[in-house]
Design a protein around this ligand. Sequence first.
Ligand SMILES: Nc1ncnc2c1ncn2[C@@H]1O[C@H](COP(=O)(O)OP(=O)(O)O)[C@@H](O)[C@H]1O
Ligand SMILES: [Mg+2]
Length: 423
Amino acid sequence: MASITLKNLVKKYGDGFPAVNDVSIDIEDGEFIILVGPSGCGKSTLLRMIVGLEDITEGELLIDGERVNDKAPRDRNLAMVFQNYALYPHLTVYENIAFPLRLAKGKHSEDEVKRLVEEAASTLELTDHLQRKPANLSGGQRQRVAMGRAIVRQADAFLFDEPLSNLDAKLRGQMRSEISQMQRRLAVTSVYVTHDQTEAMTLGDRVAVLKKGVLQQIASPRELYEEPANIFVAGFIGSPSMNFIPGQIEDGKLKTVLGDFDVPAEKLARAEGKKIVMVGIRPGYFEDAKLVDEAKKQHGATFTTELTHTEWLGNEQYGYLNFEPSPEVRDLLNSLAKDLDADELKPQIVVTLDASSRLRAGRESELWLDTRKLHLFDPETGENLTRDAEAGAALTDEANQERAEEIAMAREHDNSAGEQRAS
Ligand SMILES: Nc1ncnc2c1ncn2[C@@H]1O[C@H](COP(=O)(O)OP(=O)(O)O)[C@@H](O)[C@H]1O
Ligand SMILES: [Mg+2]
């Protein structure tokens, strides 16, 4: 188990283009870190630099405080956990797990191999399956075999590169929870690459969001969601995505295509001097005005609109409304869509409504918006002008504390299990 420190890492390929540009991250012992971002943003490159498959152009990589830039992959004692299809179909589960030990020829006695494989199998709940072949296992069991291989090597950290991207949605969900539970049980430092924001949010202790090789923000999922640093992170994290509409501040009000809203003065003050701002509103900040009680209503704004259509999903529903953007705003939306690797950002607003709402398309609808929550972004730099850094840091501190407790518990459990075996 180890800490991993990335210090101003730069990777330039042959053509001089920086695929990774000045990335610094301190990964703590036992932490589960996600590298997320659209395709081509440098996630795999960064992971391959950590494991040693790619040279580091500039910067330093430390494992447990020791510089390893020039160490060969095998001397870094890190394990890449490959997708389940990297298992050997003709070998039993036992031999698949034992494989890395056999590779280190003569290093381990047969007794030692047996002990290490059986220990890993017990942790992974594979003891009853050791003599089976991978083809006869469920997807989750196969993923565990793949992790078993990393465990017997007693690697200091596990590295994953989009291990679930080839699976269907249902299996992906199952495997996600397998990996998350295993990571906690083993309390092993893990770095996991994905382009999927749901995977990032559900797995990560902290999530590092990358855009074009540059680290945008690293924080707990909650902090990314509640206090995004910029419009890119805000648009990437959360599903359905945050809505962006143009706004102008005039006479202490925020004028938007949805209406003129009273917004807390301290929020507006943050945008002072800006002629136009991008207003970021998560779908969940809206509600059917009929379903909001009076006490709450006064903390937001009520406005009338017409929905183009609604989608009822059982537990909630989505409503959609269109707006007519100016050419400048359309350009902004297009360039943001390009950054996010999305097809197109329609000039459309998505709102989530309670499942009981009777609002339907084609009639006047009264919606309520929680104006305390909206964010204002600088349209030129994308910076979140209304970010509350302190509140954000508190959310990440909380997550860090939770993690520390969970790891301490897992290790204590491990020790007492070891003592039982020894006695
Ligand atoms: N071997 C390579 N030679 C040259 N350019 C590369 C190589 N591998 C990746 N790149 C470039 O580096 C950037 C980051 O790639 P990559 O790390 O694979 O992104 P991701 O994993 O986020 O999709 C891309 O622009 C890609 O084209
Ligand atoms: Mg990749």
